[in-house]
Design a protein around this ligand. Structure first.
Ligand code: TEU
Ligand code: CA
Length: 574
């Protein structure tokens, strides 16, 4: 076997600093809290940690609005704490990657303060400024693109009488990547500052949005529509390859890995151009096919349970086929992150009698898929969405609150429409991933020190009594115990499970997910029962007659020929 890069076989654990562990009792997670749990993280069988933005930030979008790339958000700690976290991670034989947020900065970044101070400021062109459009004497934004967080992507600046672009919050002005000087400053400040301190790579935020292309200045097509989804216009623009190639000249000096977040890219050929080894663009990407299954461009405007198992199978197949020879691509496996609701709730059942089985089955499914595997904090203990009974005030995320406000404004506060919006948030909001971790049954679920008087920044879960790290570390039938086991199985059968070719064996079956993995003549079969009822195990005709040796089941004492509710199995075929 050729020497494989660490980032292909390694399992990555994603940490959201605000919600992982609060070591000093101010109710906010911090770097010392993360350091105190590195042994726990290592014990799961994880090889890499990904830290979400810990940089100095006004926290409008939870750190994805960076005020200073070269400083740490004070409540999280200091640059020295980060240097200690990097060292402590490395001393345990793990790698560490940071979040690289370079499509935009905070509106309080010194570069933007300069840029907005005057039209002739040397940094004016470091951001994207445009004059107003006038329609019948009325001032309008340059076009009708809608922001990811509702409303226009243009914000009026009274002082210099122009609009600036922000694909996300108004507090997140887009950097102008057309300006070579800006790009060099980004590489130096956002990347080299941390590469010099030993980080092993980056998860690259909105990696395909840096080249806006000429559509940005195209005339407004349908003036009638208030706002228009433009994700397919501002993603994958004409200079993306050039920008990533230039960025790689810096990364290669440190042999750093990259995983790019790649929304709005349904065309697999375009994705392959990012992840093909010979293209030298990115090592891998997160595609949204699986986590957006069944959703339209406006994720909250879809009825929560509107996906089917064939939807999910086709989405998984698209991401797996990036590995199919002869492509020289690579792919990622994930069902959760800080932008996604909890996968047990979304894809199985979070009913008390099913949530553990659901969590174990999804762990087995993910472990059987090729590509680099990403686990999001809390997924390893089977955390689920917080209940519908929680009040809207518990939703702290700008994505959720802006959407809810927009529905209220559009419908004049229509109770039924607002209730519908809350149901969608209960199912899909990013907030479900941001509740403080449940460590034990101590006060604050062990997230903050027991004697701390400050309340955690978000309401801790109500179910910690039955779902917390401490309890599961000593419970062999826990979701945590199963994750540890299934990661060992994945490592023991690395060729088949991490690198093998994926073939779906029955895409249309609405209840059972069965696929095979093939590597140099060796084959495995994975079968998952996505229902809450026992189902007969039908051996797919493609493998009928072959000897099936059970490698692992997600349910103890499974019955031959029958799959229990939410049971997953992997067989070796001979
Ligand atoms: O996400 C970019 C992105 O496309 C999704 O966030 C999506 O637009 C959003 O969840 C609304 O549905 C990245 C980060 O992961 C996200 O947390 C940030 O809010 C966003 O970029 C801006 O930096
Ligand atoms: Ca703290």
């Amino acid at each position: 076997v050729t020497q494989r890069p660490w980032w292909k076989d390694g399992v990555v654990y994603q940490i959201y600093p605000a919600s992982f562990k609060d070591s000093n009792g101010d109710g906010i997670g911090d770097l010392n809290g993360i350091i105190s749990e590195l042994d726990y993280i290592r014990s799961i069988g994880v090889d890499v940690v990904w830290i979400c933005p810990m940089y100095d930030s006004p926290q409008v979008d939870m750190g994805y609005d960076i005020r200073d790339y070269e400083d740490v958000y004070a409540p999280y700690g200091t640059v020295q704490d980060m240097e200690r976290l990097i060292a402590e991670t490395h001393s345990r034989g793990m790698k560490i990657i940071l979040d690289l947020v370079i499509n935009h900065t905070s509106d309080q970044h010194k570069w933007f303060l300069e840029s907005r101070s005057a039209k002739d400021n040397p940094k004016r062109d470091w951001y994207i400024w445009r004059p107003a459009r006038y329609v019948n004497g009325e001032r309008k934004p340059p076009n009708n693109w809608v922001s990811n967080f509702t409303g226009s992507v243009w914000e009026w600046d009274e002082h210099t009488q122009e609009y600036y672009l922000h694909l996300f919050c108004p507090e997140q002005p887009d950097l102008n990547w057309e300006n070579a000087e800006t790009r060099q400053a980004i590489y130096k400040s956002a990347m080299e500052f941390w590469l010099e301190r030993g980080v092993d790579g980056f998860r690259v935020d909105t990696v395909n949005m840096y080249s806006k292309g000429e559509m940005l200045d195209a005339p407004v097509t349908d003036p009638g529509s208030e706002w228009q989804f433009a994700g397919f216009q501002y993603c994958n623009g004409p200079r993306m390859k050039e920008f990533l190639a230039e960025m790689n000249q810096v990364l290669e000096k440190y042999d750093a890995m990259t995983v790019g977040e790649c929304p709005n890219t349904p065309d697999m050929k375009r994705v392959l151009e990012y992840v093909s080894a010979k293209e030298k663009q990115l090592d891998m990407v997160f595609q949204f096919d699986v986590v957006d299954v069944g959703q339209g461009p406006y994720k909250f405007q879809t009825t929560p349970k509107n996906w089917t198992l064939p939807h999910l199978k086709r989405a998984i197949a698209r991401t797996q086929h990036l590995i199919r020879t002869p492509s020289d691509g690579w792919t990622t496996v994930f069902l959760e992150n800080h932008d996604q609701a909890r996968s047990i709730t979304r894809f199985t059942s979070d009913a008390p009698e099913h949530r553990v089985a659901g969590g174990k089955m999804l762990a087995l499914l993910m472990a059987a898929l090729s590509g680099t595997l990403f686990i999001y904090q809390g997924q390893e203990i089977g955390l689920v969405n917080f209940p519908e009974t929680w009040d809207m005030s518990e939703y702290k995320d700008v994505d959720s609150s802006n959407y809810y406000k927009m529905v209220g404004a559009r419908t004049g506060g229509d109770e039924e429409k607002l209730a519908e919006a809350k149901r969608a948030l209960q199912h899909l909001a990013r907030d479900h991933a941001r509740v403080p971790m449940s460590w034990s049954t101590a006060p604050h679920n062990g997230f903050s020190p027991p004697d701390s008087t400050a309340m955690p920044w978000m309401r801790p879960l109500d179910d910690a009594a039955t779902c917390n790290v401490a309890q599961q570390q000593s419970d062999k039938s826990s979701v945590l115990a199963f994750w540890k086991r299934i990661l060992q199985v994945r490592k023991a059968h690395n060729d088949l499970l991490v690198h093998g070719q994926y073939d779906d064996l029955d895409v249309e079956d609405p209840e059972i997910f069965v696929f095979s993995k093939t590597w140099m003549g060796k084959r495995a079969l994975c079968v998952c029962n996505f229902t809450d009822r026992a189902k007969t195990l039908e051996v797919p005709e493609q493998v009928r007659g072959e000897k099936m040796e059970l490698l692992v089941s997600s349910v103890e004492g499974g019955v031959d020929g029958e799959l229990a509710a939410y049971e997953g199995r992997i067989y070796l075929l001979a």
